[in-house]
Design a protein around this ligand. Structure first.
Ligand SMILES: NC(=O)c1ccc[n+]([C@@H]2O[C@H](COP(=O)([O-])OP(=O)(O)OC[C@H]3O[C@@H](n4cnc5c(N)ncnc54)[C@H](OP(=O)(O)O)[C@@H]3O)[C@@H](O)[C@H]2O)c1
Length: 264
């Protein structure tokens, strides 16, 4: 895959010598964000559990990478050490996460809910805590949190993911309040339907037919690169400009429950 054309809108800051850590970079939005940032000249550290996919991304983009599970305390500590050894860090993109199942509340599987909470909420919390001192010391730090439109409203069968994304949003909102006056922005990106290779496949435990049905008849769901474009846009605003929340959906989707689908 070729790196996207850099789109640096007028007024963007010069990103030379800036460095970002992107979690969940072995696929989808995280990988697309690394591609975009690299194309704009950023140094990046890609993070995920699958080493082979990170190595392929490194080969393609020149990113460095750290293999880590964000729900494992020892991995997060090692990640912080390896990042610190590489120099200052200016941005953390908390992107690792996802949904498991579409359980009703009545029929919810507690283990799936727990895993969603651990990855989306506690994983984001742990990595943010670990890197915040370095982000602050950089003199111009950014914490990006990939929530979802599921962090802003619910839908039948979504409660486990919706609860986790609401909690993740609260971390961003609270951290922004707690850091007021410090040189660290806190940015929440809330995408709607994004057709990535793995999000729905993971949600439906590898059932490709169920994953494909999510996007059936929808004209142009968002792509990973659409969201990566939004992320890099927020990161490249002059540093006194904080994009608190950015909600982004495909035109065909107006809410979590209303999506235009072609019938044939
Ligand atoms: N796709 C959508 O429709 C959509 C919409 C709104 C919001 N989002 C959010 O956007 C983010 C990215 O979504 P996506 O569609 O790009 O998903 P994806 O393709 O399934 O990617 C998820 C990434 O997270 C990583 N990951 C999962 N658990 C991890 C862990 N414990 N430690 C480290 N890395 C972990 C995965 O890598 P490894 O398996 O290699 O660890 C993978 O790189 C997620 O937070 C998701 O909730 C997605």
């Amino acid at each position: 895959m070729t790196a996207p054309e850099p789109t640096q809108p007028t007024g963007a800051t010069t990103p030379a010598a800036l460095r970002a850590v992107v979690t969940g970079a072995s696929s989808g939005i995280g990988a697309a964000t690394v591609r975009r940032l690299r194309a704009l000249g950023w140094d990046t550290v890609a993070v995920a559990r699958r080493a082979d996919r990170l190595a392929a991304l490194a080969e393609e983009t020149g990113t460095s990478y750290v293999v880590a599970d964000i729900t494992a305390a020892a991995d997060v500590a090692r990640l912080a050490e390896e990042v610190a050894a590489g120099g200052p860090v200016h941005a953390l993109v908390n992107n690792a996460g996802g949904a498991l199942g579409t359980d009703s509340v009545e029929g919810a599987d507690l283990d799936r809910w727990r895993r969603m909470y651990e990855t989306n909420v506690l994983g984001t919390l742990a990595v943010t805590q670990a890197l915040l001192p370095a982000l602050r010391n950089s003199g111009r730090g950014d914490v990006v949190v990939l929530t979802s439109t599921a962090g802003h409203g619910t839908y039948p069968g979504g409660a486990g993911y919706v609860a986790a994304k609401h909690a993740e949003r609260v971390i961003a909102d609270t951290l922004r309040l707690e850091l007021v006056g410090e040189p660290v922005r806190v940015i929440e990106i809330a995408p709607g339907m994004v057709r990535t290779e793995e999000f729905s496949l993971t949600r439906f435990a590898g059932d490709q037919a169920k994953a494909d049905a999510v996007y059936a008849g929808v004209d142009e769901p968002l792509t990973a690169d659409d969201v990566a474009d939004a992320i890099t846009w927020t990161l490249t605003r002059p540093h006194h400009v904080n994009i608190d929340h950015l909600m982004i959906r495909p035109r065909a989707q107006v809410s979590n429950t209303q999506v235009a689908r072609r019938s044939s």
